[in-house]
Structures are given as C-alpha cells and as structure tokens.
Write a protein that binds this ligand. Sequence first.
Ligand code: PMT
Length: 396
Amino acid sequence: MKNKRVLLGITGGIAAYKSAELVRLLVKAGAEVRVVMTEAAQQFISPLTFQALSGNPVHTTLLDPVAEAGMGHIELARWADVMLVAPATANTIAEMVAGRADQLLTTTFLATAAPVVIAPAMNQQMWANPATQNNMETLRGRGVLVLGPAEGEQACGDVGAGRMLEPAELVACLMAPYTGPSLSGVHALITAGPTQEAVDPVRYLSNHSSGKMGHSLCRALLAAGAEVTLVSGPTNLLPPHGANYVRVDSAREMLDAVMANVETAKLFVATAAVADYRVAEQAAHKIKKNNDEMSLALERNPDILAQVAAISDGPICVGFAAETQRLAEYAQGKLERKNLDMICANLVLGENSAFGSDDNALEVFFRDGNSQSLPRADKGSLASSVVSLIAQHYFS
Ligand code: PMT
C-alpha cells in the first residue's frame, strides 16, 4: 500500500482500541494514514495515540480553524484514496445511511468520492436487528464495502456476530485491490435473483432466490476492476453502485438481456435461479377458481447458461448449481452437460440453505477435474473468493 492515502474513521465502540494496531499495520504496509475520530471514540481512546502512530494530527471537529479555508471535511475527503471506518458502530452506520452531516466523520463520508470500506462492530443483537440489517443492505447497495463483522465472544459477554474483524484481516482486505486479483479491462456479465413466470396478470411461478449471492458477486467483480453488467430478476436489493444494471422478470427476458450484452463479455457468471419451466399459455385475465383441481401445462424455458457456453469464442462460463442432495455428482453433471469452465455448487435444503441467507458455503468444480471447497462465510467474502479463483484460473 505504498503511499496509498488511507483516511481512517474511528467511532465510539470498545473495538476502537484495536484501531491503534490497525494504524500501526497500515503504516507498516506503506500507507499514509490520517485519522478522524467521533466524540464518542475519544471516550474510548485518546487522539494522541493515533497522532503518535500515524505521525499526523488527528481530526475531531467539523469546523476546523486549522484547515485551509476552514473546510477540513472537504480537504480530507479529497485527500483520501480510500476511507475506512473501523470500528463502525450501529449509530454511525445509521447516520451514514441517513446522510447526516453534523459531525466530521459522516460529513467527510458524504463529501468523499473515494471508495468507502466499513468494519462494523456492535453487540450481536444490535447487529441482527432488522434496522441495522436494512442499513447494511442500503450501504452495500450504494457501493460501500462491508468487511465483517466476525463471530465470537463479545466485550459485553454475548456470543455471536458483531466483533470487528482483526486489524491484520482488515489490512489484508484493504490491500487486496493492490495485491489481489485484477479483472481490469474485463467485461463481466452476470445473472442474479429469481425469474418470475406469469400464470395470469396476478400470479406467477418463481423460487426463493433473493439475489444476494449474485449481487455480492457483482460487487466483488467491480472491486476486482471488472466492468460489470448485472442482469437481475426481481429482488429487494438496490443495484450495486457502478454496475450496468438490467432488470428483468422472466427467463426469456433474462435471455434477451444476456444475449444483448454477451458480445463484449469475457466472463459470464450465472448465479440466477432461472425458472426451468413457464406456463404454456399465459391467461389474459385472472383465472377463476371454478374447479377443486386445476392443471397448468408447462413448457421448458431456454437454458441461458447453456446457450452462452455454446457460443464459439464466447466468454469464460461460470455456473452455479443449487441442489438438495448429491451436490458434487449433480454439479459435475451440469458442468459437463452445459460445457462450463467452472461451477459453484451450494445446498438449498434445511437451515443452511443458500436461498435468502446472508452466508453460504460452496463446492467449486473446474473443467480440468480440480475442485475446491469454500467453507461457510458471508456471501460478500465468498464472492471475493470465487472472483479470486476465476482470476487465477482464467485471467492471470
Ligand atoms: O439469490 P440467493 O438467495 O442469494 O441464493 C443464491 C442461489 C442459491 C440462487 C445461488 O447460489 C445459486 O445456486 N444459483 C443457481 C440456481 C440454479 O438455478 O441452479 P440450477 O442448478 O437450476 O442451474 C444451473 C445453472 O444453470 C445456474 O448457473 C443457472 O443460473 C443456469 N440456468 C439454469 C436454468 C436456465 N433455464 N437457465 C440458466 O442459465
């Protein structure tokens, strides 16, 4: 990270003591570090510690008479190559979502055009609260990279997810764009979410895909420098910042959107849970329940992934396999049948189902017979691992 300018925001949580080690490691990695502290953070650890470790004065007030033109937030915002908020408390996260500008840290966040990374740290119940989870989803959708939190014993005595990632892990993640996989110049096309197949104007056939895995992969591809087109079925997620986003409903619309973008794509990642069948004849009006039983005639949808993989000189094709049993066998069958370069298999049964959850585990199979297990982790981290594997195998 030689000469990279890291603006470190520290908020008021007990994990603030770990930020001292974080500054030391960043400086050791060659970064130039400037620190912004909230008032609450200063209750946990003194600004003097960070001044000594970073070699720079610590910034604590919005209206800073020392700053040139008195606008410290603008100067800091422009100075940063990357802004890291660690620890990021539930309160600061909520303020970032709301766009508050009443203190230096959040105002600088609003004013910066640099990539922003946050390392949440809070009590496990606060982390699990839907308000916090919604806030995280919003920040992720706006392009903020979220690292952690880790699981384990907490300062308050609880056990669960909410611990700030260790400083060494944070520094490794921060360094990844400089040392990690690069897909710079690669146009990646990715499908995500479910498809909806209309039965009549009010009903449809679909599945439980939330789009989280596909959106995480989209963000990981963007972080690796790829130019990304995301073709997504209906989800509650915000389009990832920086992606060319195409929203579709049905499998046939998804096929059309993929084919319209495939020509320049060097990589195709099919994360979408595409409905295999659609209703043969979609009713023009709401079907009335006149009988105790009814049957719907279905017909096969096009296999989007197989069609892309059949293009001569087409993109590298990475599929996903969602299975409820015999994971390896079925996934390898799909790898061969659809003529793929790589397939990521996950289970969609029981409490660890990949559908809708924030975390997942993947078995990855390659065309050359090699395979690799990616153990259970949050979908963001897993997506980064998948992108690293793609970059190593096909773009290095
Ligand atoms: O969205 P989440 O809630 O985060 O859940 C993630 C996920 C479980 C949906 C994801 O990880 C996953 O497994 N996606 C693939 C689901 C799927 O449809 O698998 P499949 O085994 O039926 O299909 C195999 C591959 O062919 C997939 O890459 C699929 O996108 C593709 N396919 C399938 C049918 C079809 N008509 N066209 C396709 O392109």
